[in-house]
Design a protein around this ligand. Structure first.
Ligand SMILES: Cc1ncc(COP(=O)(O)O)c(C=O)c1O
Length: 461
């Protein structure tokens, strides 16, 4: 039954299989946290009660997807599941050519290596960790061209992910369009708080880039969530289906990289999708070196089938309303308690504003890392730092990047947790908020070379 006017986000599914969770004591959690060097990425999953680390690869698959897993055609070449996935990508995203990859960063690697030459610039609407690193490894320099509001957690803008055309134009004037192989447009923007880009902005970016001969490459990881925000916030789209909005969005780009582990409801998988034959040919050749043959790209046939079916489910109106409705539910409760969070609430997560939550800590005392650790200690809920640790270091100066946003991300896996889990989460955050003035910061005692947030270790100051 279609119920588009209903406000409730009640789950449009019922539970068929359950996975028991372990309850831990504060003492257990204190020990686990010390062993993990105060880095939630280094906790063992069995020590976690509610896992809001990420929505990546953590979705619950449907019975339809699991049934598809049994239909895996594990032929080395030409698996029928590849063709099913190709059809799903063409139908729902609208690109002509598909290169499957083991996950999103596999696609980022390939497109970066093909299009980026040393000394070129890649503008983007805020960086994403793996995307920027692959651009840098290919010799490019990332330049942030997102609107200013995106860097202000309290700025209420319905499309905080929008590209600032003036910033883009300033870059083009400074370095020349021939030094810009493409622009990356994240839909939605993870690091800004899961914030969407409007259709109007996507059109403007397209028109500007066409004029200057610059390709547009989307990071389509959460494009379906972006489509939902266009439907609910942008004039003229209320009666358009999510599927139609998604396809229109993609029509303003040349290619996309995709982590299937988010919108597409699978535990592993990704792809690069393109419209240009020449670039596709090169990508199809390169994938053989790094991922696997071009008809499996590092995935089993069954994984491609699950992703093809997940794409189909991801654009269903009831699904996406419930998915984003759950996140909004938690956001509204936290706002009512006066907890500082990024507003408006984004698609996949609640982002606690750690600078406002722990104003007595300097950024170099890692407020967001500290807050994520305290939330785990309080409740067994695992979240993630998205601040100075995630931002890493400037390759040229060696100094930390000091991002304006210092956030803790409470990320909701799709179709996994119940409303009671949401309520426990709100209570736990409120408890840490009540004792926030007594919380001390951290110092970093181990720092790996790449993507340090995954493996860095800390001690209490
Ligand atoms: C916006 C965005 N882009 C790219 C990626 C990378 O995808 P993957 O983890 O599948 O390599 C992620 C993953 O978290 C993401 O959130």
């Amino acid at each position: 039954m279609e119920t588009p006017k209903r406000r409730s986000w009640a789950e449009p599914y019922k539970i068929k299989v359950v996975e028991p969770l372990k309850m831990t004591s504060r003492e257990d959690r204190k020990r686990a946290l010390e062993e993990a060097g105060y880095n939630t990425f280094l906790l063992k999953s069995e020590d976690v009660y509610i896992d809001l680390l990420t929505d990546s690869g953590t979705s619950a698959m449907s019975d339809y997807q699991w049934a598809g897993m049994m239909l895996g055609d594990e032929a080395y070449a030409g698996s029928r599941n590849y063709y099913n996935l190709e059809r799903a990508v063409q139908t729902y995203y609208g690109y002509k050519y598909l290169v499957p990859t083991h996950q999103g960063r596999g696609a980022e690697h390939i497109i970066s290596q093909i299009l980026i030459k040393p000394g070129t610039y890649i503008p983007g609407n805020m960086y994403f960790t793996t995307t920027r690193l692959h651009q840098e490894l290919a010799g490019g320099k990332f330049v942030d061209v997102i609107i200013d509001e995106a860097h202000d957690p309290a700025a209420e803008h319905p499309f905080k992910g929008n590209v600032d055309l003036n910033k883009l134009d300033a870059l083009v004037k400074k370095v020349g369009a021939d030094k810009i192989p493409y622009i990356t447009v994240g839909v939605t923007v993870n690091m800004a708080g899961g914030q969407p880009v409007s259709m109007a902005n996507l059109k403007e970016v397209r028109a500007y880039c066409q004029k200057h001969g610059i390709r547009v490459v989307y990071d389509a990881t959460r494009a379906v969530e972006n489509a939902y925000f266009i439907k609910t916030r942008e004039k003229g789209y209320a009666d358009t289906s999510i599927a139609a909005i998604l396809k229109e969005m993609c029509s303003y780009s040349d290619a996309c990289t995709m982590s299937g582990k988010k919108d597409a409801l699978v535990n592993i998988g990704g792809f690069l999708a393109l419209n240009e034959w020449d670039v596709f040919e090169e990508a199809r050749n390169m994938v053989v070196v790094y991922e696997g043959l071009h008809t499996y790209g590092g995935l089993a046939g069954r994984d491609m089938e699950a992703m093809a079916r997940g794409i189909e489910e991801s654009v269903q109106e009831d699904h996406i309303r419930a998915r984003i409705g759950q996140v909004e539910y938690v956001g509204e409760k936290l706002l009512a308690l006066g907890v500082p969070i990024v507003v408006p609430v984004g698609g996949h997560a609640i982002f606690l504003d750690a600078k406002a939550f722990l104003p007595h800590l300097k950024q170099i005392e890692f407020p967001a890392q500290t807050l994520a650790a305290e939330l785990y200690l309080e409740s067994g809920i695992r979240s993630m730092e998205r601040g100075i640790v995630s931002a890493g270091r400037n390759k040229e100066t060696g100094d930390h990047y000091y991002p304006k946003l210092e956030l803790v991300r409470l990320t909701f896996p799709r179709r996994v947790y119940t409303q009671a889990h949401c309520d426990v989460t709100v209570e736990a955050v409120a408890e840490v908020f009540a004792r926030r003035n007594s919380i001390k910061g951290l110092k970093m005692v181990y720092e790996p070379k790449y993507l340090r947030f995954f493996q860095a270790r800390f001690e209490k100051i």
